[in-house]
Design a protein around this ligand. Structure first.
Ligand code: CP
Length: 327
């Protein structure tokens, strides 16, 4: 059986995405029923960048799956500087059942997966944040009931990993994804082309624009991310001016649907990419979104182990029943 990895949003087919989201809903209602890591088996979680939600949700999720999380903070291992990624993978997969990695280059994750016989999960790279999108889609589906045909507007730094993942995951879910940012800060041609190809299969739609109003018009979900990502702190003043027209404010929300929900992966900067009034307002589902990191990642880990032939029979039976049924 081939080992399945989750390195980008398109590593799940549209049908697989629905199955993982169904499983996430079921595991949210039945938090300790599925325990593929019982033993406990160890899951290694590497961080080359800082984290709150990702670190906590993977640690709590691995424990809830019956396993033992081994969290490796920035600078604590030889990975990538004193030892190659390939050699690290060769050692790890004889000792752990899963590898989770937050890093810079997507190519590093791909190399880790190439040499690993256990599933490798992208916990954020410079290019994508696919685990975050599983949580976001679960939260939107909980509030609005459906994903396919729903419109999702993302405003702000449209060349960053969150914009890329909204494009790909939204297209994968059959959504009408609208990405708005200033010229020079829009998604790459490669990512847009990949999203368009997936949207053509799912009935989704992709719009890239510099006009925030075009993206927001009647949108069912409105999302943003920090304007100053990790490593861009020196450019803060310039970026605050550059993205000013793309703030999610009450005025911006007036253009969206009345029932629209607001997403932010956090950490958020009130008064910059989003006003406090919107972030803390009635349309915000950010705390559900943050909670769903736990449920969605637990579902993903269990699902990857089953698909890779690395789970026990009870887990496989429960996962198959839950992913087919949903709630
Ligand atoms: N949203 C997110 O990934 O948060 P952390 O950077 O705190 O993990």
């Amino acid at each position: 059986m081939t080992t399945r990895h989750f390195l980008s949003d398109l590593d799940l087919s549209p049908e697989e995405l629905t199955r993982v989201l169904n499983l996430a809903d079921w595991m949210k209602a039945n938090p300790y029923a599925i325990a593929p890591l019982q033993g406990p088996q160890t899951a290694a979680v590497f961080f080359d960048k800082t984290s709150t939600r990702t670190r906590i949700s993977f640690a709590a999720g691995i424990a809830a799956l019956g396993g033992s999380p081994l969290i490796i903070s920035p600078g604590e291992s030889q990975l990538g500087h004193k030892e190659s990624i390939a050699d690290t993978a060769r050692v790890l997969d004889r000792q752990v059942s899963l590898i989770v990695w937050r890093t810079y280059e997507q190519a590093g994750l791909e190399e880790m997966a190439q040499f690993s016989s256990v599933p490798v999960i992208n916990a954020l790279s410079d290019d994508y944040h696919p685990c975050q999108l599983l949580a976001d889609l679960q939260a939107v589906r909980e509030k609005l009931g459906t994903l396919a045909g729903r419109s999702l507007a993302y405003l702000g730094d449209a060349a960053n990993n969150m914009a890329n993942s909204y494009l790909l995951a939204g297209a994968n879910a059959g959504m009408d994804v609208r990405i708005a940012g200033p010229q020079g800060h829009l998604p790459s041609r490669e990512v847009v082309r990949a999203a368009e190809e997936r949207a053509a299969q799912t009935g989704g739609r992709v719009t890239i624009t510099t006009d925030p109003a075009e993206a927001l018009q009647g949108a069912d979900a409105v999302a943003t991310d920090t304007w100053v990502s990790m490593g861009q702190e020196d450019e803060k003043a310039q970026r605050m001016r550059l993205f000013g027209d793309y703030q999610i404010s009450a005025g911006a929300m007036a253009l969206a649907a009345r029932h629209a929900v607001v997403l932010h992966c956090l950490p958020a900067y009130r008064g910059a990419e989003i006003t406090a009034e919107v972030l803390d307002g009635e349309q915000s589902i950010i705390w559900d979104e943050a909670e769903n990191r736990l449920h969605a990642q637990k579902a993903l880990m269990a699902w990857l182990l089953v698909e890779s032939g690395q789970a026990d029979q009870t887990t496989e039976r429960l996962v198959r029943e839950a992913e087919a049924a949903g709630l």
